[in-house]
Ligand binder design. Structure first.
Ligand code: ASP
Ligand code: CP
Length: 332
């Protein structure tokens, strides 16, 4: 896939990162289970280089001549725009089907496989968000270009988990030894599913904070315990706020509820306020994949521990690194 075209990004190769696990060229990115600590360290080092480049030059032509298709069957602000920004800052082009598939031939009844087989005629990689668990895998089975999962229903959101982990490392300088609380909709939240899996590769303690009906699915909680992770469950943020290093707050995923009266029961279960933050450690961070709909009070935004805006920006650097990896440009 065109790796013979020279890129301008020589300093990535010159960085001399001891971890040479750049093995995602031509690969689909479907699940966090594809990553190891070594490959994560490598991607994070490339993301740091991307940040340096953006801060210094704004853009480069590393992916000039490449095209990315962004195919979103569900709403998105951050994932879609940061992938587009990532591709454009690397000099590539984008086919944006992000404003609603109703304006594409999906509304005429075109299937996912046929839509994928169409876009791969024009693009070198496809970013897909879809409401069904496993949709990215189905797309990958048909595609001849890499598929990047941008969220498959309640399944996974692997690129979000990468940017989340990158943010933790950037903000706190390490991952091992941390206490992380996942708060809110642990049942339907795909970002939670991906991030807890990634965290289980590290020596962390995980607190699961949710109402009863939104607990992390049992198989996932058991997987964490099987991997030796200390897991504790509670209903109340107040039980954990004073001890955690990371408070990862999530939105109750209204769109996943079959019975909206159940949603109404839990929609306002949590609200992080400045008052609650008084009990938190001085050196800790609050994260949120966003969008928020009331879980974090706006008055918390000015607290230096509120990392969610920085977290969003990191998404662009991580996605730049991933695109360079998948299209074979991070190794030149
Ligand atoms: N934006 C994230 C997702 O698409 C989280 C959310 O929507 O609450 O999974
Ligand atoms: N975090 C996230 O996936 O945001 P969007 O749904 O806006 O893409």
């Amino acid at each position: 896939m065109g790796i013979d075209r020279p890129g301008k990004f020589d300093f990535i190769a010159l960085k001399g990162d001891p971890i040479q696990a750049s093995n995602f060229y031509g690969q689909d990115i479907l699940s966090v289970s594809q990553f190891t600590r070594e490959s994560l360290a490598y991607i994070f080092s490339v993301a740091e280089e991307m940040r340096e480049m953006v801060q210094g030059m704004g853009a480069t032509d590393l992916l000039r001549g490449y095209v990315l298709a962004c195919l979103f069957y569900e709403p998105s602000t951050r994932t879609s725009s940061s992938f587009i920004a990532a591709m454009e800052r690397l000099g590539g082009g984008v086919i944006p089907i992000t404003q609603g598939v109703q304006y594409s031939s999906v509304s005429k009844g075109e299937s996912l496989p046929d839509t994928i087989r169409t876009l791969e005629q024009y693009a070198d990689a496809i970013v897909l968000r879809h409401p069904q668990v496993g949709a990215a895998k189905v797309a990958a089975d048909y595609a001849h270009v890499p598929i990047i999962n941008a969220g498959d229903g309640t399944g996974e959101h692997p690129t979000q988990a990468l940017l989340d982990l990158f943010t933790i490392r950037e903000e706190l300088g390490k991952i091992d030894g941390l206490r992380v609380a996942m708060v809110g909709d642990l049942k339907y939240g795909r970002t939670v599913h991906s991030l807890t899996r990634l965290l289980s590769m590290y020596d962390v303690e995980i607190f699961l904070v949710s109402p009863e009906i939104l607990r992390l699915p049992l198989d996932q909680a058991n997987d964490l315990r099987d991997k030796g992770i200390r897991v504790r469950e509670t209903y109340h943020v107040a039980d954990v706020i004073s001890t955690v290093d990371v408070l990862y707050v999530t939105r109750v995923q209204k769109e996943r509820f079959a019975d909206l009266s159940q949603y109404e029961e839990v929609r306002d279960f949590y609200e992080i306020t400045p008052d609650l933050m008084k009990q938190a450690k001085e050196r800790m961070i609050i994260m949120h994949p966003l969008p928020r709909v009331g879980e974090i009070h706006y008055a918390v935004d000015d607290d230096p521990r509120a990392a969610y805006f920085r977290q969003m920006r990191n998404g662009m650097y991580i996605r730049m690194a991933l695109l360079a990896e998948v299209l074979g440009k991070a190794r030149q």
